[in-house]
Design a protein around this ligand. Structure first.
Ligand code: HEM
Length: 326
């Protein structure tokens, strides 16, 4: 069975399990359906609809090897990556500040070591649980008159103030001037385990090697709708920096593991360890990224995600979504 068919089979099996069990995870098909409704049931992704696939490589550091026995930190690996502009509109303007920028990538050291990350340019998520995500989406559906229900959105926001944090973070930053000129975070805390069995809680952050590129409002207004792709193509043609340092933000005992709307205490000032460098090398046909999902729960041995429903529901959500959009 090829990867695409595997995902479709997984999606069907998952939907059947949810229908039978009526568990908390039963929200996931409805979440994806609501996302698709809100994005007009177009054929692209209902989140990160606009994007472009690239290939590259990941070279780990010796420090990474000491922290995790994972195959992705053993040697240089190939990378398939997709940069996106958030939301379900494939024609969104690249200068739109209200949505995030996404960075999904697969590091493939061969064999069982394949590892996937799906990151955004904010250190926090806009919801802490699938249940909160479903409500967040449902209040944004139009009412019977076809108009937005401002009173419902306000009531939800008042009762769930943490859902405004990511938007406020994005609004506080300049317009992103380059897909490889902004920090991306894995958001969820992960546990890394080394060859001696020592464990460490970390968060993953991608720091642009060429520095951050922010635009003023006036500069952004002067840009064409799809400038991010041309900007990155231009960098590759002129051999300008197009990559990231992968760093581990060090966690400690007592750190929150299951509320993705919150940063850790003093997170920005925490010690970090450089785990490697991810280099974007070439444009890739979009089919390579579109015919499969990036699944943040696909992690090589030595890396583990949190026991958090929000994290755990991402694989089934992406599996259902690819079944709808292919
Ligand atoms: C910290 C939490 C999350 C982050 C940072 C995040 C980020 C992203 C990004 C960047 C994409 C674009 C993927 C790509 O380029 O291939 C995406 C797609 C998507 N996300 Fe999430 N997401 C999160 C949680 C969730 C959850 C909990 C759900 C639903 C239960 C969900 C549903 C979706 C769906 C349906 C897609 C489209 C997937 C596809 O068609 O391939 N996300 N997300």
């Amino acid at each position: 069975m090829n990867k695409q068919n595997r995902h479709l089979a997984l999606a069907a099996a998952f939907a059947a399990t949810c229908a039978m069990a009526g568990s908390a995870t039963a929200q996931t098909p409805e979440i994806v359906e609501t996302m698709r409704t809100l994005s007009g049931k177009q054929k692209a992704r209902p989140s990160g609809a606009k994007g472009q696939c690239f290939t590259g490589s990941f070279a780990p550091t010796a420090e990474a090897k000491a922290m995790s026995k994972s195959a992705v930190f053993a040697k240089t690996s190939t990378v398939v990556a997709r940069f996106s502009v958030g939301g379900g509109n494939p024609k969104v303007m690249d200068a739109n500040k209200a949505v995030n920028r996404g960075f999904s990538f697969r590091i493939d050291p061969g064999g069982a070591g394949q590892t996937e990350f799906v990151m955004v340019n904010a250190p926090i998520n806009f919801v802490k649980s699938p249940a909160q995500m479903l409500e967040f989406l449902k209040v944004r559906l139009p009412g019977a008159d076809g108009k937005p229900q401002a009173d419902k959105i306000k009531a939800f926001t008042d009762a769930n103030p943490e859902t405004t944090g990511q938007g406020r973070y994005l609004a506080s930053k300049p317009v992103v001037g380059s897909w490889v000129g902004v920090n991306y975070w894995g958001i969820h805390p992960y546990t890394v385990t080394n060859a001696s069995g020592a464990k460490q809680l970390i968060k993953f952050k991608m720091v642009p090697v060429g520095g951050e590129v922010g635009l003023t409002e006036d500069e952004a207004k002067a840009k064409p709708a799809d400038f991010l792709l041309d900007e990155l193509k231009g960098r590759l043609e002129t051999k300008k920096p197009a990559g990231f340092d992968m760093v581990a933000i060090m966690g400690k005992a007592g750190d929150e593991k299951t509320n993705a709307t919150q940063m850790w205490e003093g997170e920005d000032a925490r010690p970090t360890v450089k785990l490697g460098t991810l280099t974007i090398a070439a444009l890739e046909k979009n089919e390579t990224c579109d015919n499969a999902i990036f699944d943040p729960t696909t992690l090589a041995d030595g890396l583990a995600g949190p026991d958090d429903e929000l994290f755990l529901q991402r694989q089934p959500a992406y599996a259902i979504s690819i079944g709808e959009r292919l």
